[in-house]
Design a protein around this ligand. Structure first.
Ligand code: GLN
Length: 195
């Protein structure tokens, strides 16, 4: 079974560790470059993307994260984590940096103009039943490059809310909330197949 890290600078770290452990995956928190070197895959949790990226700089983790992801480390970004994996941002904070890797344009707080937070079923490619999507000041993928596979769209807006490109996967919603392990299981498969 692979070792999957959870970037533990800010956000819902514990919930991801619990979800991964529920699948029998060895889950570890990552705060330093040496911890990053020891994982087979990495979860970038929800939280506040500006805070996470600022702390990553402070902890001298931002360049190692960029190098690891560019070098093929499988990563799952959820909500703020989706923002961190995006190559391009809309409605970013001034000077907001990302790790990048996903050839997408992500709009921060995208649903906020209509409704701040909401929940509902999300049909995900490859899963037979919808997942219960929890969206909290969530981003969406506004544009996706040709190598990006769209795995889910929001039913009401038709916006892209889950993507995959190579070993990178991202969701607008929070799969670590509740006890449905299927998104984490998809990521475990991705990690296993990229090993
Ligand atoms: N709006 C947050 C951000 O821009 C993301 C929200 C979340 O992760 N729940 O980072």
């Amino acid at each position: 079974s692979p070792t999957i890290g959870v970037l533990a600078l800010q956000g819902d770290v514990r919930e991801h560790v619990t979800a991964l452990e529920g699948l029998g995956v060895r889950a570890v928190t990552v705060r330093r470059p040496a911890e990053l070197d020891a994982v087979d895959g990495l979860v970038l949790p929800g939280g506040e993307s500006t805070t996470i990226v600022r702390l990553a700089r402070t902890f001298e983790l931002l360049e190692p994260l960029r190098a690891a992801v560019a070098g093929g480390l499988p990563a799952l970004g959820t909500c703020a984590g989706m923002i961190l994996l995006a190559d391009r941002l809309l409605d970013a904070a001034a000077g907001q940096e990302t790790i990048g890797g996903l050839d997408v344009t992500v709009r921060r707080n995208a649903f906020g103009r209509q409704v701040d937070s909401f929940e509902g079923p999300v049909r995900v490619a490859g899963l037979d039943r919808p997942v219960h999507g929890v969206f909290i000041r969530a981003p969406w993928v506004e544009e996706a490059g040709p190598d990006v596979e769209v795995l889910a769209r929001d039913e009401r807006t038709d916006r892209i809310v889950m993507v995959r490109q190579g070993a990178l996967m991202a969701t607008s919603f929070h799969p670590e909330v509740g006890d449905d392990p299927r998104i984490h299981a998809l990521f475990r498969e991705l990690v296993t197949h990229h090993a």
